[in-house]
Design a protein. Structure first.
Length: 627
C-alpha cells in the first residue's frame, strides 16, 4: 500500500515574502484568550471576524513597544485565516486570496502550512462556530490525514447553515426579512463537498443531508423560486434526494410561481427539472420540461424591446429544443421568427470612437519613402510592421483581464451584417483565472485595434505614397515575384495582378484574388521543404490536396518551423479563426459586403500576403533592382 502524504505546495511568485504572523508559534496561545476580539460577535460571515481581529491588532500596534507581542501575532494570523476568499464550489481549493494586486496577494491556505498544529489547537477550543468552521476546514485542507478536523468542519458548517437560516447569526449583506440566505447554501455546499471526499455514506453526514432536504422543502413550501432553485440544484449535484421526488417538487414550485417571478428563474427551474427527470430516466418528462423552458424563452423574447436581445432569446429557445422529438416544426417556425427579428439588429448597432492623432506617424512614413527607389520602397513597405509574438499577446491579454476584470465579466457575441450570431465567447472569468476562450476574445479585440492602427498609420499612407511616386504594374511586380519562393511559378501573373490592384487601391479585386492564393502558396512552400500536403482516401484510393484548414490543423508545427510561430498565428487570426475577420471563409462563401474589402482587416490581409512574398527576398534586395 502506498504511503499517504500531503504534497508540498509549490512556491508562488506573488507569495507574501514575510507576513506579520509568520513567526507565530503554538506557545503564543499560552495564557492568551485568542477569541477576545470576537467575543459576543453574532456575525455570520468570517469576513466580519477578520475585521474585528484586524482592528484589535492595529490597536495593539499603536501602543509603544507592543507591536511584537504574542497577541498581535495570533490576531494577525486569525485576521488572515478568516479574511481568505471563500469558494465553496471549488472542490479542492475552497479558499483563495481576497486581494491580488501588482504581484502581491493576501493570504491563501498554503501560507499556513507551518502552522497546522496551531490552527488545530484553536479549532478544538474555540466556541465561535464561524471561526471553528474556518480553522477546521483550512487545517484539514492542508493535511487530509487529520480526518477528525474534516468531520468537525462538516458539523460546524451544518450548524452555521442552521443558525443563519434561524436568523441567530447576522449576515452583513442580507436583509433581516430574508427567509433563505445564499451563505447557508455556501456552507451546506462546502460541508457536502468535504463529506464526499471523506466517504459519502458515513452516518455522521446524515444530519447535514437532512438539513439540505429540510431547507429545500421549506423553500418549496413558501413558494420561493430562487431558494428552491439554489437548494434543489445543490441537492441534485450531490445526489441526496431521489431525482424523481426532486423533479416533482420543482414542478410544484413552477405551478405556483409568484406573479413577479422573472423569466430567467422560470427557465432555470424548467432546466433543472429536466435534468432531474433525465437522471431518473423519465425521458418524456425531460422533453416536456425542455419544451416548457423553450416556450418561456420565446415569451422572454416577446417582452424584449431590442432586436438584438430578442434574437438572443429565440436562438436559445431553438437550442433548448435540440434533439427533442417532434419539435421540428416548432424549431422551423422559431428559425423564421429569428430571421425576421435579426433584420432589425443592424438598426441598433452604433459606433464608439476614440480619436488618435496619427499625423506624426503618417508624415514619418511618407517622408521615409520620398527619395527611395521603387525596389527600396517595396521592401520598406513589406517591413512596415511584423506579426506580434503570440506569447506576448497572451501575457498582455491576461494582464488586461486582471487589471480590468469587468471587460471580460460578460459574454460577447460576434454578428454578421444580417445580425446572425457567428461566434460566442463566454463571460464570467473577469475576477478569476481567465480561461482560453476569454483570453482568445481579448487577443482578438487587441489585434483588431492593432490592425486598424497599422493600416491607418502606416500601410495606407505608404501605399498611397508609393503609387503616387512610382508606376506599379503587373510587369514590375511579376519581375519581383518571380524570385520569391513563396509564389508558385504558374501563378506569378495572378499574384502580380492581385498586388497591382492592391497598390492601385482596388481592394475588392485584391482581396478576392489574393485570399485564395494564400492556401496554394502554403502548400507550395511545404512541398518545397519535402512535406506531403495530400490526403489519401483508402476507400476510393484517391488523393486530394489539403485545404488551408487541414494544413493548420494537421501540419501546424511544420508551418511554424518554416514561417515562425508569430506569422502562422497572425495568418490564423486574420484568415481562419473566430473571433476575428474569418476572411478566408467570408471570401470563399461570398459573405463579404461591398465595403468589406476597404476595411482595415482586408487591407491588412493583402499587405500580409505581400509581406510573405517579400520576406524570402530580403537578403537579396540589392540584386533585385526594378528601377
Amino acid at each position: 500500500m502506498a504511503e499517504s502524504h500531503t504534497p508540498e505546495a509549490p512556491q508562488s511568485e506573488d507569495e507574501p515574502s514575510n507576513p506579520p504572523w509568520a513567526s507565530a508559534a503554538l506557545e503564543d496561545l499560552d495564557n492568551l484568550d485568542f477569541e477576545a476580539p470576537i467575543s459576543g460577535s453574532d456575525a455570520g460571515d468570517s469576513g466580519d471576524l477578520a475585521d474585528l481581529y484586524r482592528t484589535a491588532s492595529q490597536a495593539l500596534e499603536s501602543q509603544d513597544g507592543l507591536s511584537e507581542i504574542a497577541a498581535k501575532r495570533v490576531w494577525d494570523m486569525l485576521a488572515s485565516v478568516t479574511g481568505m476568499y471563500f469558494k465553496p464550489a471549488d472542490f479542492n481549493e475552497p479558499f483563495g486570496p481576497m486581494l491580488v494586486l501588482d504581484g502581491k496577494r493576501s493570504a491563501i491556505p498554503s501560507d499556513f502550512r507551518e502552522h497546522i498544529d496551531m490552527l488545530e489547537t484553536m479549532a478544538q477550543t474555540t466556541s465561535n462556530i464561524i471561526l471553528k468552521a474556518r480553522l477546521c476546514d483550512v487545517a484539514w485542507s492542508l493535511d487530509h490525514k487529520r480526518a477528525s478536523l474534516g468531520l468537525a468542519a462538516i458539523a460546524a458548517y451544518g450548524e452555521l447553515a442552521r443558525l443563519t437560516e434561524a436568523g441567530v447569526l447576522k449576515l452583513r449583506y442580507s436583509s433581516d426579512k430574508a427567509r433563505f440566505h445564499y451563505e447557508s447554501y455556501n456552507y451546506l455546499q462546502r460541508a457536502l463537498n468535504i463529506a464526499q471526499l471523506l466517504g459519502w455514506n458515513k452516518t455522521e453526514f446524515d444530519a447535514t443531508k437532512k438539513m439540505l432536504i429540510d431547507i429545500r422543502k421549506g423553500a418549496i413550501e413558501v413558494r420561493d423560486p430562487m431558494a428552491a432553485l439554489q437548494f434543489s440544484n445543490l441537492d441534485l449535484q450531490v445526489g441526496v434526494s431521489d431525482p424523481l421526488d426532486l423533479a416533482a417538487d420543482l414542478e410544484t414550485v413552477l405551478a405556483n410561481l409568484p406573479g413577479e417571478t422573472n423569466h430567467n428563474t422560470v427557465i432555470q427551474l424548467w432546466h433543472l427539472a429536466a435534468q432531474a427527470y433525465m437522471r431518473a430516466k423519465r425521458f418524456q418528462d425531460n422533453y416536456r420540461c425542455r419544451e416548457a423552458a423553450a416556450e418561456t424563452m420565446v415569451l422572454q423574447a416577446d417582452a424584449a424591446a431590442s432586436a438584438t436581445v430578442k434574437s438572443h432569446f429565440i436562438a436559445n429557445a431553438i437550442a433548448a429544443l435540440h434533439r427533442v422529438p417532434e419539435s421540428k416544426n416548432r424549431r422551423i417556425a422559431l428559425r423564421h421568427q429569428l430571421i425576421d427579428v435579426q433584420a432589425g439588429i443592424s438598426d441598433e448597432m452604433s459606433s464608439f470612437s476614440h480619436e488618435i492623432d496619427l499625423t506624426e506617424l503618417v508624415e514619418k512614413v511618407r517622408s521615409g519613402l520620398v527619395s527611395r527607389s521603387l525596389t527600396d520602397s517595396l521592401f520598406l513597405f513589406a517591413n512596415l510592421d511584423s506579426s506580434p509574438d503570440p506569447a506576448k499577446l497572451e501575457t498582455e491579454a491576461i494582464e488586461t483581464i486582471r487589471n480590468y476584470p469587468l471587460s471580460s465579466l460578460f459574454g460577447a457575441t460576434q454578428v454578421d451584417g444580417e445580425g446572425k450570431v457567428i461566434h460566442r465567447a463566454a463571460g464570467g472569468a473577469g475576477f478569476g483565472d481567465p480561461d482560453i476562450d476569454t483570453i482568445t476574445q481579448q487577443i482578438s479585440q487587441a489585434e483588431s485595434s492593432r490592425r486598424y492602427l497599422v493600416v491607418a498609420g502606416e500601410i495606407e499612407p505608404a501605399r498611397h505614397q508609393i503609387s503616387t511616386l512610382h508606376y506599379v504594374s503587373d510587369d514590375v511586380l511579376s519581375a519581383l515575384l518571380r524570385c520569391s519562393p513563396f509564389v508558385t511559378p504558374d501563378l506569378i501573373q495572378t499574384f502580380a495582378r492581385g498586388l497591382t490592384r492592391f497598390f492601385q487601391g482596388d481592394f475588392t479585386s485584391a482581396v478576392y484574388i489574393l485570399t485564395p492564393l494564400l492556401e496554394n502558396s502554403l502548400r507550395h512552400v511545404l512541398k518545397t521543404y519535402g512535406h506531403d500536403v495530400t490526403t489519401f482516401d483508402h476507400a476510393n484510393q484517391t488523393q486530394e490536396d489539403r485545404t488551408i484548414s487541414s494544413l493548420f490543423n494537421n501540419m501546424r508545427s511544420e508551418l511554424e518551423e518554416i514561417f515562425s510561430c508569430s506569422i502562422i498565428e497572425d495568418i490564423d487570426r486574420v484568415f481562419l479563426t473566430k473571433p476575428g475577420p474569418h476572411l478566408r471563409h467570408a471570401v470563399a462563401h461570398g459573405l463579404l459586403y461591398d465595403g468589406s474589402p476597404y476595411g482595415p482587416d482586408s487591407i491588412y490581409a493583402c499587405w500580409l500576403i505581400f509581406r510573405l512574398c517579400m520576406l524570402p527576398l530580403f537578403p537579396y534586395r540589392q540584386e533585385l533592382g526594378l528601377d
